[in-house]
Design a protein. Structure first.
Length: 443
């Protein structure tokens, strides 16, 4: 039995009592039906069309503005790459200074209020670049360099867009951003295209599972997916269908109601599509009231696994779960459990399992306080992000200036290259056409 398995079993044992009450409270489930590979492929194509995701995806036309050393082991690169309608995505890429042969790559997908300056994106980039991987972090639309105010926690993508009759287009853009970030990662010459991972937190967990499930032939098989503060793709009129997040979550999820079995079948089918490429790990807290209001604890995932297996006819690559007892909403990418699991999938050049097991840890609140790296309002508390025990390799902080990808004078010269106002006119124009494709609109 591996140390990771022991940890998972320990976590589950701690939570048995918390899970038991949830069994009786699970929502009514529609029985899954077996789908052939051809049927799943057809659903993937139709889902991409429903979310207005480009097919084919646009050329990356990546550009590097600067390279800065962080320490003797790693550097960061200031990069942009293209997404829908020629909009540019500002990114910070963490790169090992002395890569050992071909190396794995990781893409980090932020939650609400997050961007590449968020402490967890910075820490994850520093940590896994030290392990020997290339790590891509970027700004979601409407945040930091993709905000008209250049603010973090701006939430611009949540605001209604007058004239846009399909708000799921915004979510489709954000899902396409994930796919373009993966394509950028594998375009780098030092990256091993068979060792790719995507890590998504909260809203980012939703975009990550959709982006990896709906990945077409332009993307490699994504070896590993980690979802934290999410992964509980539930049924009709439940968490991912509701709330103020119409553009980025509820709209896109509702747009997939055409799946066989309706709204209750979306989660199992998306996971069945994801299982084609590799395994998924879900890291959640038992007291995460933001996403577990429907009691979606371990019994929910037991049922979900069974429904996925019915669809695929296989129990390969079913989502694994680790539960943190008495813990709320968190991105747990930098914990020992996450690092061990990722190493088993990606085989970090600079680490062994024994080393990971021996690393000390640091409370994220302490690291944030020491370095001044940004944490979202209200999240430094112990039960949320502040209480995460991150692997401690004495990582330095990075300033907001260091985490700015595009030189300010160039950004100010034409901010619409990066921001929501640059995307909206193209989306509105596409609304007035009969075609669902936006590919022809790219410059």
């Amino acid at each position: 039995m591996t140390s990771f398995t022991k940890l998972v079993l320990t976590r589950r044992a701690l939570c048995v009592k918390a899970f038991a009450f949830a069994i009786a409270l699970l929502p009514a489930i529609t029985h899954a039906q077996t789908l052939t590979p051809a049927q799943l492929k057809s659903l993937r194509v139709r889902a991409n069309q429903a979310l207005f995701i480009d097919s084919p995806l646009p050329p990356l036309t990546a550009h590097t503005f600067a390279t800065l050393p962080v320490n003797a082991n790693l550097r960061i690169e200031h990069v942009t790459f293209a997404t829908q309608f020629g909009v540019r995505v500002p990114a910070i890429v963490y790169v090992p200074m002395h890569p050992h042969g071909k190396v794995p790559a990781i893409v980090v997908v932020n939650g609400h209020g997050g961007d590449k300056s968020s402490w967890y994106a910075v820490y994850t980039g520093l940590l896994y670049a030290t392990a020997g991987a290339v790590v891509v972090t970027y700004d979601p639309i409407g945040e930091f360099e993709r905000s008209v105010t250049r603010a973090s926690e701006a939430g611009e993508h949540d605001k209604p867009i007058p004239g846009l009759t399909h708000p799921e287009r915004v979510g489709g853009l954000m899902i396409e951003d994930v796919q373009q970030a993966v394509r950028y990662a594998v375009s780098r010459p030092e990256v091993d295209t068979t060792r790719i991972a995507v890590l998504g937190y909260s809203m980012g967990s939703f975009h990550t599972i959709l982006a990896t499930a709906l990945a077409g032939p332009q993307l490699p098989k994504i070896r590993a997916v980690v979802l934290s503060g999410g992964g509980n793709l539930d049924g009709a009129n439940q968490y991912w269908d509701q709330g103020r997040t119409l553009n980025c979550q509820a709209g896109p999820y509702r747009a997939l109601d055409f799946f066989p079995g309706g709204g209750d079948a979306r989660g199992p089918i998306l996971y069945a599509l994801r299982a084609r490429s590799g395994p998924t790990l879900v890291l959640n807290g038992t007291e995460d009231s933001l996403i577990t209001r429907f009691n979606e604890l371990e019994p929910f995932f037991v049922d979900l696994r069974n429904r996925i297996a019915t669809i695929t006819g296989s129990r390969t690559n079913l989502p694994e779960t680790v539960w943190y007892n008495n813990v709320g909403h968190r991105p747990s990418f930098m914990t020992r459990a996450a690092a061990i699991w990722l190493d088993t999938q990606l085989h970090f050049p600079n680490w062994t399992i024994a080393q990971i097991e021996a690393f000390p840890t640091v409370r994220s609140a302490d690291w944030v306080t020491q370095t001044g790296v940004r944490i979202s309002k209200g999240y430094i508390v112990e039960q949320k992000e502040g209480g995460i025990l991150a692997l401690d390799l004495h990582l330095p902080g990075l300033s907001r200036e260091q985490l700015t990808a595009v030189p300010l004078d160039l950004w100010e010269k034409d901010s619409t290259l990066y921001t929501l106002p640059g995307w909206i006119p193209h989306a509105l124009a596409a609304e007035s056409t009969a075609s669902s494709s936006v590919q022809s609109k790219h410059p």
